[in-house]
Design a binder for this molecule. Structure first.
Ligand SMILES: NC(=O)c1ccc[n+]([C@@H]2O[C@H](COP(=O)([O-])OP(=O)(O)OC[C@H]3O[C@@H](n4cnc5c(N)ncnc54)[C@H](OP(=O)(O)O)[C@@H]3O)[C@@H](O)[C@H]2O)c1
Length: 269
């Protein structure tokens, strides 16, 4: 398994002002990567401050961008400006995402649509733009943020789970296709993690499922994804229990049973 040498590499990270993306940017900067960071325009001040902190503490170059990935040409604009700034992009971390919880028919249409644009379309576009450049260069890595929600239908966040199923499926398939090119795609599938995401989109404070999966610390989750990325792994589901549940148990269980359990375990309490 070939390893990814972080020092001196140019790494593009989306969703970098918050949660798992922010923690990942800290780990890459600490090991000497130059960073292109993006988050929503509304987080301009906090992203710029974070970029300054990383630059001052670790003496790496950090370019903050405030491009909305849900905009029509947002991902294209980010990739082009990132290349202009950094010269070349050695790694892309597709972390930006949104989540909406509730009954499918009640959740605001525009919010569901934006979730599909960010979680699916923007991630697809950035992967599609970066991988061919990396293949030509003969090296590079992508980390796509999927979720444990990718492996079975997630009742009350049906569209969110479906966006992650897209990420999981596409990323695993691409990685298989590009074997031998020097380029890899890591599909990173965390369990529920205590970030602002779980306080957004009407997510309930309590669900029975949290008792099974746990509510993880973002720094711990980021560190597990980061280690997998550096080691050149292509699948990462943090935690042995989560791995067992989502890689084996749900794949061997009848769908009707899974959906009934999901209906019960995903209800807000
Ligand atoms: N937390 C979990 O339980 C969990 C579990 C598994 C997988 N994940 C995945 O991990 C990734 C990071 O999640 P997180 O929990 O760290 O969430 P987070 O703290 O909310 O961070 C995500 C960041 O992405 C930004 N973003 C959203 N839409 C964007 C857009 N249109 N353009 C640019 N940036 C945008 C968010 O801004 P806003 O705050 O303005 O939306 C936020 O700053 C997501 O893909 C998520 O689905 C999370």
């Amino acid at each position: 398994m070939s390893k990814f040498e972080v020092k001196g590499k140019n790494v593009l990270i989306t969703g970098a002002a918050s949660g798992i993306g922010k923690e990942l940017s800290l780990l890459f900067a600490r090991d000497g990567a130059n960073l292109v960071l993006d988050d929503v325009p509304g987080k301009r001040a906090s992203l710029d401050q974070w970029a300054n902190e990383l630059h001052n503490k670790f003496n790496v170059q950090v370019w903050p961008f405030h491009i909305d990935l849900a905009e029509e040409k947002g991902p294209e604009k980010l990739y082009e400006t990132a290349k202009e700034a950094a010269g070349r992009i050695d790694a892309v971390i597709n972390d930006a995402g949104t989540l909406e919880y509730g009954n499918f028919a009640d959740i605001d249409y525009d919010k569901q649509y934006i979730m599909i644009k960010v979680n699916v379309l923007a991630l697809y576009k950035l992967t599609r733009l970066a991988v061919p450049d990396m293949i030509i260069a003969g090296s590079g890595q992508v980390m796509n943020l999927s979720s444990c929600s990718a492996f079975q239908p997630t009742v009350y966040h049906a569209v969110y789970g479906a966006t992650k199923a897209f990420v999981q499926s596409m990323s695993e398939a691409i990685n298989a296709e590009i074997k031998g090119t020097g380029v890899k795609v890591l599909t990173f599938s965390p369990p529920y993690t205590k970030t602002p995401l779980l306080k957004s989109g009407n997510m309930p404070d309590k669900m029975f499922w949290y008792k099974i999966s746990g509510l993880w610390d973002p720094a711990v989750i980021a560190s597990k994804g980061y280690q997998a990325f550096k080691q050149g792994k292509v699948i990462c589901i943090p935690g042995p229990m989560n791995w067992l549940m989502h890689s084996l148990v749900v794949r061997m269980s009848p769908h009707n049973l899974l959906n009934a359990i999901s209906l019960w375990a995903m209800k807000g309490r």
